[in-house]
Design a protein around this ligand. Structure first.
Ligand SMILES: [Zn+2]
Length: 248
């Protein structure tokens, strides 16, 4: 049987926990994400279920090319970041200019997995992303790259290349069951956060870049639900959104 004193202590602890939870939810506004997809198949049900479960993130679906008209100046007022999971090939010259103007305003941009092969005929996209998956052997700045390769269902050993960056700080090396990408182009200007040590991977696995007033992250991981279930994947994804949105 509980004494009055122990009941009072229990009640006080419960109230303190409740107040703490209120503070926590009120302290940080959710990050508002515009999530692009289209041009490449993926496990839609599992993908959006993962997005529904991400802490501190709200998102709006933006299928491409239908929603490409949204990517223009003004979007930065309604969204903290764009997360690009598309492999869109159909952006118009007007939409390209609008996207560049949006990056000059400043908005977070996180590019995932097969987005490395998005907009293959738009040279500026390669500079924004700091990388490019190449369908054929290609010369870039006097060096030869590609053709790029891929292989499904590999165990990729990932190392933290920069242990001091807000996206990777405190994280440990991990293994992710995912698709490898080989022989793709990576700009010497990017800042590498993660490296893959799988023989079929190129090496750089996640990096940061800048364009206009915008912070960019590219993260190679995320072919399917096996990769999305990796706790390190979700942690790096959320931190990347927060960092590009300048929420640190
Ligand atoms: Zn894939």
């Amino acid at each position: 049987m509980k004494t009055f004193a122990s009941l009072a202590v229990s009640l006080a602890l419960a109230l303190a926990a409740f107040a703490h939870a209120q503070d926590h939810s009120a302290g940080k506004k959710p990050l508002r994400v515009l999530l692009t997809f289209g041009g490449h198949e993926f496990q839609e049900k599992e993908f959006f279920a993962m997005w529904d479960s991400l802490p501190g993130v709200t998102y709006t679906k933006a299928p491409l090319p239908q929603s490409a008209g949204l990517l223009k100046p003004g979007l930065e007022k309604d969204y903290d970041a764009i997360v690009c999971y598309d492999m869109n090939h159909a952006i118009t010259p007007e939409q390209q200019q609008a996207f560049l103007a949006l990056l000059d305003r400043g908005i977070g941009v996180v590019m995932l997995h097969h987005n490395l092969a998005s907009n293959p005929d738009w040279a500026a996209y390669r500079d924004i992303q700091g990388g490019r998956w190449l369908g054929a052997k290609t010369e870039i700045d006097g060096k030869s790259y590609g053709p790029s390769t891929y292989s499904h269902d590999e165990e990729l050993p990932i190392r933290i290349a920069d242990k001091d960056h807000p996206i990777t700080k405190g994280l440990s090396d991990f293994v992710i069951h995912d698709e490898s990408y080989g022989e793709f182009y990576v700009s010497p200007k990017v800042h590498v956060l993660l490296t893959s040590h799988h023989p079929k991977d190129t090496g750089p696995f996640a990096w940061t870049n800048e364009h206009g007033k915008s912070r960019i992250v590219y993260f190679q991981a995320g072919h399917d639900a096996k990769a999305w279930a990796c706790p390190s994947y979700q942690e790096i994804l959320v931190r990347s959104i927060r960092w590009t949105a300048r929420g640190e």
